[in-house]
Design a protein around this ligand. Structure first.
Ligand code: NAD
Length: 275
């Protein structure tokens, strides 16, 4: 594919962990070019060469402090933080760019705004862009639909000690898939760490139908999620372990290729794999 036919990607947070990885993946792909990259204005890395920061040698695309620099790309791929991703989604909409958001920890009102923006531009929003987790979600929904009476669902997630949000966006997405399989709303059945600080009603015997969440943080764990279905005298555990963050970057790049040609819409990773 010639440069003229290439998909131009804009990467906010270009000096972050995922940003670095995306810049490496773009450099390795013949159909993609890095249009622009940015970071928070106060970052000491503003003005540095993004290729050098990503460890692939100079690419001439500097880390910009002004989000306006991102305009002009075909697709913006954003792994930053919730409020920043939302602001970038508004910018993408105003400039008719497609968008992929992998940021986690957005609240319900921020997600609702993204869904609205997805009526104006192609927007893929996914808390876990790995192909394996996308398939795991589908499996969890299917198993939860079959195992209802007498089966307890517990979700355990483990991540590195830098991770800010908890439980992870992926754990919540797995919980939503399990709740969907059972035909209930996750808000009505979620029990996030059975903790006596949350009130006496939260300790004691497990409530039938609840979906429990537990969290571990430590070291450099990329991301592990287990959904266990506990029955009488048997149990099923569905587990995904990511050993390298590159799986998220590769999935996000796949989502960007999808978004570049998709119709306007609010998509998730299942849509990307189907497309
Ligand atoms: P990070 O802190 O290493 O990178 C975030 C980057 O965004 C930083 O460089 C930060 O300076 C930058 N940033 C902050 N404000 C900005 C602004 N106004 N404009 C431009 N850039 C700005 O974090 P990370 O580990 O790369 O993760 C980023 C997000 O992606 C988190 O929410 C994380 O949970 C999520 N994540 C999602 C997946 C997935 O599969 N969807 C995988 C990994 C991480």
């Amino acid at each position: 594919m010639s440069t003229a036919d290439s998909i131009k990607l804009s990467i906010p947070g270009g000096s972050g962990r995922m940003g670095n990885m995306l810049i490496r993946e773009i450099a390795a792909a013949s159909d993609l070019v890095l249009h622009a990259t940015s970071d928070r204005p106060e970052s000491p890395l503003i003005g540095k060469d993004s290729g050098e920061l990503a460890g692939i040698g100079a690419n001439g695309v500097m880390i910009n402090s002004d989000p306006a620099a991102l305009v002009g790309g075909d697709v913006m791929v954003d792994f930053t933080s919730p409020a920043v991703s939302l602001a970038h989604a508004e910018l993408a909409m105003q400039n008719n760019m497609a968008m992929v958001i992998g940021t986690t920890g957005l609240d319900a009102s921020q997600e609702a705004r993204l869904a609205e923006i997805g009526t104006k531009i192609p927007l893929v929003y996914c808390a876990n862009t790995s192909v394996g987790v996308t398939l795991l979600r589908a499996l969890v929904e299917q198993v939860a639909a079959q195992l209802v009476e007498g089966w307890d669902i517990e979700i355990l997630e483990t991540h590195h000690h830098h991770k800010v949000d908890s439980p992870s966006g992926t754990a919540l997405a797995l919980g939503k898939a399990a709740a969907k399989g059972r035909g209930v709303a996750l808000e009505d059945v979620s029990d996030i760490v059975r903790d006596d600080q949350a009130g006496a009603s939260r300790v004691g015997a497990r409530k039938a139908g609840d979906i429990g969440f537990a969290v571990m943080r430590g070291g450099d764990v990329t991301g592990e999620h287990s959904v266990t279905f506990f029955g009488a005298s048997e149990r099923i555990a569905l587990t995904h372990m990511a050993t390298d963050r590159v799986v998220f970057a590769k999935g996000a790049i796949r989502a960007a290729r999808f978004a570049a040609t998709a119709d306007t819409g609010f998509y998730n990773m299942e849509d990307v794999l189907r497309g």
